[in-house]
Design a protein around this ligand. Structure first.
Ligand code: IPE
Ligand code: IPE
Ligand code: MG
Length: 250
């Protein structure tokens, strides 16, 4: 196994990690357990990865917890996930607070039960002064929803006369999508073996390095993260330039 050289400078590590936490259901099914068992195990993996990011001084982590499309799952699974989110709000926020983690949610909170929505808001408010790690949880989130909401914001400004449609640039849209106040994700990880984005951060991932693993999310831990980080440090990020240009400016 390739492990991460502890001497790797923090500057070479991602500034923002985005993860599609996939494979909970298959992990449970392999153990002849209900899928919900896998989601509960997934919460433990979240804890491990948050701790690993703190240890590695990675300043931002965005986790895909529930997509706009996940409402299509059987009602029992959706309900169990909602209960689990509620439980996590009760159980995890204290330790996030103690560890200097600022929790934010991205996605359409309106879609949730008002009580859950209120808890999410409270957790954000409670942790908003923390700056060691910014933890964004994408819940009822879809990349298309995000871009659509941003387009609506700009259209509103244009309709009110505050913005000239001809003057709209990428920067305007960039400022209107989720996570606009953070550097864009530089490393995308998907567990569970599928190699797709599943409507995660479509705008924000434009230049992210992609890393896929067969490991199912409940089995993902600090060592797996180190493998991804190690791969990331060996990538050459060219952003449209040639390799020679990139190495000259490095
Ligand atoms: C990811 O695991 C968690 C959520 C989407 C909530 P899955 O539940 O998609 O697990 P698999 O892909 O069925 O194994
Ligand atoms: C993506 O996983 C969403 C989350 C991890 C929350 P899915 O398991 O829902 O993705 P698809 O349906 O296989 O593309
Ligand atoms: Mg899945």
């Amino acid at each position: 196994m390739i492990s991460l050289d502890p001497a790797i400078a923090v500057q070479r590590l991602p500034r923002h990690l985005a993860i599609v936490m996939d494979g909970n259901g298959r992990w449970a099914e392999a153990r002849h357990q209900p899928r919900t068992f896998g989601h509960r195990a997934g919460v433990r993996a979240v804890r491990a990865v948050v701790e690993a990011c703190l240890r590695r001084s990675i300043p931002a982590l965005t986790l895909f917890a529930f997509s706009s499309e996940n409402w299509k799952r059987p009602k029992t699974e959706v309900n169990a996930l909602m209960k689990l989110f509620m439980l996590a709000m009760d159980k995890e926020v204290d330790s996030l607070q103690q560890n200097g983690v600022r929790l934010s949610f991205i996605g359409d909170v309106q879609g949730f039960d008002p009580e859950l929505g209120a808890r999410m808001q409270q957790a954000e408010t409670r942790t908003q002064g923390n700056s060691r790690l910014r933890l964004n949880v994408a819940a009822n989130y879809g990349g298309r929803w995000d871009i659509t909401a941003a387009a609506r914001t700009l259209a509103r400004q244009a309709a009110s006369g505050a913005l000239d449609p001809e003057a709209i640039t990428e920067q305007h849209l960039q400022a209107a999508v989720a996570l606009a106040d953070l550097p864009e994700p530089d490393l995308f990880i998907r567990t569970g073996g599928e190699q797709r984005i599943s409507n995660f951060l479509l705008w924000q991932l434009a230049y992210a390095e992609l890393w896929f693993t067969e490991t199912l999310w409940p089995d993902f831990d600090a060592d797996c993260l180190d493998q991804a980080l190690s791969a990331f440090t060996r990538r050459e990020r060219r952003f449209g330039r040639t390799g020679a240009q990139t190495r000259k400016s490095a």
